[in-house]
Design a protein around this ligand. Structure first.
Ligand SMILES: *Cc1c(COP(=O)(O)O)cnc(C)c1O
Length: 376
């Protein structure tokens, strides 16, 4: 079977291999069969292994839904009664975490920090000092809207020093940038299958400490469907999700995991890095400027300033590239005019070179002057 290969430069879902796509075409199965439970059990172990978890202390809990579901689950399930969450907010995804806290009326400190740089540790420590009832510190590892990398190891150390658990949204780093549960001081991290794992949408997972999940059993049950302990407990007792899992997506994730181990943690990160280097170079050659200083970037997302040119139209450029198999993505930063190019997925530096040939043609077709001039 021939499947057209599209190069997705959006921040997930990512370009997948044909073998992952085709893994979904499996015989029909009732997901309550032991065979399917065994498949999920293996996947859960692998998900812990990817972040070098200890199989005794750590577990992976699968959910049917997109990545935001895991943010929701961690925030609504892991906060004891009468305690506060500290949301380290320096981008669109941690702003979403604040919205989740509001939706559940969770007591929280919304620590509003500049979006164009990593979270300031002194500010986080001051918030922890001023609010001794903080039981959970939450950050986004790679703020996907800007590509800013937050210092999870140091933030986790701070959280623990002040007696709080540490939750990091690693949705846009997991299975790309190497992560180590213990060394990075992580109690919980999360992702969805369609990003770093290069599998399909609809399967997401929280990875974290069993003891803390077990301790959360008696915390307020704020959601019926999205409760961490409840889903964990069901997996531990029966090997199954409480409700229907995304069956075909799970087959794809199992195949993607095989391909992850075959490529290897370091080689995969090196490939994403080469893709990102090719993106930086291509942008620079055309005169584009990036929003975030290179040393603050997680190495997976470039937020690019739009040119100061009357002929620039993101939509027209997007459509030109899209028709030729390349997808670029709008920005997500308040008022700053940006677009994004991301290094996720089963792509390599040659794909980026091919993209820039098309992108250059798109600029010419729209009459955008090259090298582009950027707004100061
Ligand atoms: C993609 C992403 C999510 C999840 O977004 P969904 O649209 O729900 O899949 C959460 N956090 C970060 C940092 C992300 O990049």
């Amino acid at each position: 079977m021939e499947i057209k290969r599209n190069i997705l430069l959006n921040p997930g879902p990512a370009t997948t291999t044909d073998t992952v796509k085709l893994a979904q075409a499996a015989p029909d199965i009732c997901p309550r069969e032991k065979e399917f439970a065994a498949l999920m059990a293996g996947l859960r172990r692998d998900l812990v292994d990817v972040v070098h978890g200890d199989p005794e202390d750590h577990t992976a809990v699968l959910f049917c839904g997109s990545g935001t579901l895991c943010m929701d689950v961690c925030l609504n399930s892991l906060l004891p009664e009468g305690k506060q969450a500290l949301i380290v907010r320096n981008g669109a995804y941690s702003a979403r975490a604040v919205e989740i806290c509001r939706a559940y009326r969770l007591p929280h400190v919304d620590l509003d920090l500049p979006y164009d740089r990593p979270a300031d540790l002194d500010a986080v420590e001051a918030a922890l000092k001023a609010n001794p009832d903080i039981a959970l510190v939450y950050t986004t590892h790679n703020e996907t809207g800007t590509g800013v990398l937050n210092p999870i190891r140091e933030l986790g150390e701070l959280a623990h020093r002040y007696g709080a658990i540490f939750v990091a949204d690693t949705t846009s780093t997991y299975a790309m940038r190497p992560i180590h549960m213990a060394d990075d001081n992580l109690d919980f991290c999360m992702a969805s299958a369609q990003k770093g794992l290069m599998a399909m949408t609809g399967l997401s997972f929280v990875i974290g400490r069993r003891a803390l999940i077990e301790a959360s059993r008696d915390y307020p049950r704020r959601s019926y469907y999205c409760n961490l302990w409840r889903q964990y407990d069901c997996f531990e007792r029966t090997g199954e999700m409480e409700f229907t899992p995304p069956v075909q997506t799970t087959y794809a994730a199992v195949q993607a995991m095989k391909e992850y181990w075959a490529e290897g943690e370091q080689a995969k990160w090196a490939r994403h890095t080469q893709v990102m280097e090719a993106i930086h170079q291509g942008l620079e050659d055309l005169g584009f400027q990036e929003l975030i200083r290179r040393e603050h970037q997680a190495g997976l997302v470039a937020a690019v300033r739009v040119p100061d040119d009357p002929n620039w139209s993101f939509e027209a450029i997007h459509d030109y590239c899209y028709q030729r198999g390349f997808t670029i993505y709008p920005g997500k930063v308040g008022s700053a005019g940006t677009f994004r190019l991301c290094a996720l997925g089963a792509i390599n530096a040659e794909d980026i070179h091919a993209f820039f040939t098309v992108f250059r043609q798109a600029l010419d077709a729209c009459g955008v002057a090259v090298p582009v001039r950027c707004k100061p």
